[in-house]
Each structure stands twice: as C-alpha cells, then as structure tokens.
Design a protein around this ligand. Structure first.
Ligand code: HEM
Length: 353
C-alpha cells in the first residue's frame, strides 16, 4: 500500500513538474526568443505573421495549464491520504487544504493557474500579436506557479540562512529548467513551421530564433549546474551520501542524464547553429533546411532526456536527503522529511461520543 502511494506520488510530481515547466516555457520562449526573432525579421523586411506561431503555441499552453491543475490536485489528495493515514474524506481534505502548508501551496498554485486561464481567455487576441503586456502577465503567472514548487520540495522545509540559500538556489534552478527545457518544444514547433513554409522570411526567423535560444540555453545550463551544485552540497553533503544513499544514487542518475543532454545541446551549439548562421541563401535554401532537420532531431533527443530528468526529480523529492541520514526530525506536517503515518497534529476523524 505505502509503496503504491509512493509510486503514485512520484508519477504525480513528474507530471506536475513537466507540465509546469512546459507552461512557463511557452511564455518565456515567446517573450525571450519567438517575438524578438519575428521583430528582427520585420526589420529585415520579412513580413511573417507572428499569429501563426502564437496559434500553434496556445494549445500547448492550455494543455499544460490543465495538466498542471489536475496533477497538482491529485498530488494534494495523495499527500492528504499519506498525512491522515486513512481513506480520503471531506474532513481530511478540508483539514489539509485549510490547516497545512501543503494545502496553502495548492491554494496559491490553483489561484495562479486560474488567473492565468482568465488572462489567456480575455487576452487571447492580443497574445497573437506583438503586444507585450499580456505576454508579460502570462509569463509572470506561469513562472510564479513554477516558483511555488520551491515549497513542494526539500527546500520548503529548510530554515534559517541555509534555508534561504536552498530556496534561492531552487528558485533559480526551477526557472532555468522552465526557460531551457520548457522552450525546446516551442523552438521545435517554430522550426517545423518554418520548414513547412519553406520561404526566406521563415528561414530568417528560424535562424534568428535558433541563435537566440542557443544563447539562452547556455545561460540556463550554467544556472542549472551552479544551483544544482549548491542544492547538492546542502542536501547530499559528502561523497558517502552521494554513493551510499538512495537519494545520492538518484541524483547520480540525474547527473548522468544531464551530461547526456548537455552533450546533445553542445553538438547543436558548436556544429549546427554556426552552420545555420552561415548557410548560403542559395535557391531552395537546401543546406539551411538540412541543418534545421538535424537541429529538430537533436531537440527531440533533448526533450526525451529532459523528461527522464524530471522523472528523477519526481522521485528525488520523495526521498530523505542524504545529508540528513544521521538525524530523524519532524520538520514539516507532510514534507518528504516527515515520518510515515497519520500526523498527530490533526484530529483526522470525528470524535465519537
Ligand atoms: C536539465 C537539467 C536539470 C533540470 C531540468 C533540473 C530540474 C530540477 C527540478 C524541477 C527540481 C525540483 C525542485 C524542487 O523540488 O523544488 C530540481 C531539484 C534539484 N536538482 Fe535539478 N535539474 C537539472 C540539473 C541539475 C544538476 C546538474 C544538478 C547537480 C549538479 C541538480 C541537482 C538538484 C538537486 C540537489 C535538487 C533538489 C532536490 C530536492 O528537493 O531534494 N539538478 N532539479
């Protein structure tokens, strides 16, 4: 029973992190890559309709938003059953939602996602154009939802100066994951649309977007590595913890996947992006389209590896940190550090008589 719940928790965290990263990624890509590349195209005399890209990205944003909402709620219900140690009831859910940090986090995330849904519905037309305000609002709400996950992991239970450092590192870590991993699918969609159009204008935009995204990816990878090292130092502590605990070994799997992902991304950055940037504007642009096909293949591999990394993250947050293998303390109502079984702080069932 406990292992089933734990497996479900890992899957729900995986789905939630993936959809939250995808949601923030759509709007960070538009804001930092897509829209500026179209503007560059416009300045170079290419009249390409941004609405085409916006129209393709909106369904991804809506699907990611709904998946984040549903997975977040199922995650809460799973945690409620773990915390109460009994079958779910209106009483148990009410206690968790109104009296626990987990419940308050869920309320905040649900409020942010509802505001984003309203903003997307009210501003759908403007989001298909170059007006920045609705895009900034959408990005801010999606990024805020992603950042609230700092409190869903070990960082949320940390206190004092170390706690602040862990939470700051986690926040930058999450944002970098959203901008890089979450931006890969929108970039692949832009490149596919450009290839289908096959004209010089779209080639210009595809080239400008690829160069912009590549620079952003380098900054994101550096941020992920830097904050990942800080997180690892705080939550693993030493080599014995890295090789000698489930948490440490899980992190090693993540690091191996990270190295593979950076390997593929570097091949794009060092070989394909320069080739695309210097591809001759010859009739049919064959050399450029061939390079874009190779870029799309690499992006598909990066997305696959990224999904595996987020799967490991799903598990990592349910394991006691290696650095804590010497102490067993009750840190939070229901965080990963709390003991298994009903939390005695609450009266889960109606008192009889
Ligand atoms: C593609 C690269 C990466 C992605 C997408 C990624 C993603 C994430 C996400 C979403 C979290 C969850 C944060 C939370 O639970 O609050 C996380 C936590 C973490 N990451 Fe990464 N990460 C990446 C690379 C790295 C690297 C390179 C390291 C180590 C050098 C690292 C070490 C950690 C640690 C220690 C945590 C804390 C987990 C916990 O709360 O117990 N990550 N990562």
């Amino acid at each position: 029973m406990a292992s089933d719940v734990n497996a479900s928790l890992i899957v729900m965290r995986w789905i939630h992190f993936t959809s939250a990263v995808a949601l923030a990624g759509v709007f960070s890509f538009r804001l930092l890559v897509g829209d500026p590349a179209f503007k560059q195209g416009g300045r170079a005399g290419h009249r390409i309709d941004l609405g085409v890209l916006a129209g393709k990205l909106m369904p991804i944003a809506i699907a990611a938003l709904l998946l984040t909402l549903v997975s977040g709620t199922l995650w809460l219900l799973l945690q409620a059953s773990v915390m109460s140690g009994q079958a779910l009831s209106r009483r148990v859910v009410t206690i968790v939602v109104t009296q626990t940090q987990v419940g308050h986090d869920w309320l905040l995330r649900t409020a942010l996602l509802t505001l984003l849904a309203v903003a997307l519905a009210l501003r759908r037309k403007q989001l298909g154009s170059h007006s920045r305000a609705p895009l900034l609002i959408a990005f801010a709400l999606a990024a805020a939802e992603l950042l609230t996950l700092v409190w869903a992991g070990h960082a949320g239970a940390a206190r004092g100066g170390r706690g602040a450092l862990e939470q700051a590192a986690d926040a930058i870590h999450l944002l970098a994951a959203g901008i890089w991993l979450g931006g890969l699918v929108p970039l692949a969609l832009l490149l596919a649309t450009a290839r289908r159009a096959g004209d010089e204008g779209w080639l210009f935009v595809a080239r400008a977007a690829t160069i912009r995204f590549s620079t952003l990816a380098v900054l994101s990878v550096a941020s992920l590595l830097g904050t990942g090292i800080v997180n690892s130092w705080l939550l693993v502590g030493d080599l014995a913890g890295l090789f000698g605990t489930d948490y440490g070994r899980c992190l090693l799997v993540k690091l191996a996947l990270f190295v593979a992902t950076v390997g593929v991304a570097s091949a794009s950055r060092l070989r394909l992006v320069p080739r695309l940037a210097s591809a001759p504007v010859a009739p049919g642009f064959e050399a450029a389209w061939k390079t874009i096909r190779e870029l799309q293949r690499n992006i598909a591999v990066e997305v696959g590896l990224g999904l595996l990394i987020l799967g490991v993250v799903g598990a990592l947050g349910t394991l006691p940190p290696a650095a804590h293998r010497h102490v067993h303390t009750v840190q939070r109502e229901s965080g990963p550090r709390a003991p298994v079984g009903p939390n005695p702080a609450f009266v889960w069932s109606e008192r009889r008589g």
